[in-house]
Write a protein that binds this ligand. Structure first.
Ligand code: ZN
Length: 301
């Protein structure tokens, strides 16, 4: 089976992760713009980060046969540094129009402050202006309230729910998100309550329509193989191959292809890779022999 991980922060992951993801059948991924753990103090840091997720990281991913897309946005946490956030907002339109950008995101609420609200609304307007879908980060604290508020605000701005993926759902939020017509994404964190086992139950309860599985793997304890692992567990638990395909591949493609920048033909006949190719004079190798091939040669399952 082929998989898409539609939420994974590869900047913080290793080449071993890329290799393992490719072997497990991940053909495409989406890297949402987010915070970096260490709060940024200069607008230039944002600029270089956005440049990296539209430039260097797609190159690195291509070296392992995986098609890389990203989302561009000002995350809710750093929206609270208002003078800096204002400068970041000026940068966003320049990056939102790059080739591999499939959404404005991940945006929404963290502590649900006034500043977060202000920059969330401004970015909804930006998404409408550039015709991109939106990826919503729902808060870890007060999740239910933050999720409902995100949807209320999106609707106030006239955003079509079909153009919005609400991420980091749980059983408390899933029903309302689906009932209101949004895509509902679920992040599978290892050794937490929202693990693969619980995802199996979600699909058993709600089916596969508009449900998306992702890893949100970053620099924290997380698993870049969460999507293929969850798919395996779903199959073992009697969920149909079609439902697994929808939740771990097709739904993410349908949602984000609305950007016009993501299409199956980008990887369908395999993403060819050539590790002798350089980016700005640099490669991912450290004296190893360059490998060449196509991701279609790697996929074993
Ligand atoms: Zn994220």
């Amino acid at each position: 089976m082929k998989f898409i991980d539609p939420h994974v922060h590869m900047t913080s992951r290793t080449t071993d992760d890329y290799e393992a993801m490719s072997k497990a059948g991940i053909v495409a991924l989406i890297e949402p713009a987010f915070w970096l753990g260490q709060p940024r103090t200069e607008v230039g840091s944002f600029k270089d980060y956005y440049s990296s997720i539209v430039g260097w990281e797609p190159f690195r991913s291509s070296q392992f046969g995986i098609k890389h897309y990203c989302t561009i946005g000002l995350n809710s946490k750093e929206a609270n540094n208002v003078p800096l956030a204002e400068k970041v907002m000026e940068l966003l339109p320049l990056y939102a129009l790059k080739d591999n950008v499939v959404a404005i995101g991940e945006i929404g609420y963290d502590d649900q402050t006034e500043a977060e609200d202000r920059f969330f609304r401004a970015q909804i307007e930006l998404a409408k202006e550039v015709g991109l879908p939106i990826m919503i980060h729902t808060p870890h604290r007060d999740k239910k309230k933050g999720t409902l508020k995100s949807m209320d605000v999106l609707e106030e701005h006239g955003m079509d729910p079909k153009m919005v993926v609400i991420d980091h759902n749980n059983e408390e939020t899933a029903k309302e998100v689906l009932d209101r017509g949004y895509w509902a994404a679920f992040t599978i964190y290892p050794r937490t309550k929202m693990g693969s086992e619980r995802m199996v139950e979600v699909v058993k309860t709600y089916g596969s329509e508009r449900i998306i599985v992702d890893s949100s793997a970053d620099w924290g304890v997380s698993d870049p193989l969460a999507v293929p692992k969850t798919a395996k567990l779903m199959l073992e638990n009697g969920i149909s191959k079609e439902d697994v395909h929808l939740t771990t591949y097709k739904n993410a493609l349908t949602a984000y292809s609305q950007s016009g920048n993501m299409k199956e033909s980008d990887w369908d006949s395999g993403v060819s890779y050539d590790q002798s190719v350089l980016y700005g004079g640099n490669s991912v190798l450290r004296g190893q022999d360059p490998k060449k091939g196509s991701s279609s040669d790697i996929i074993e399952n």
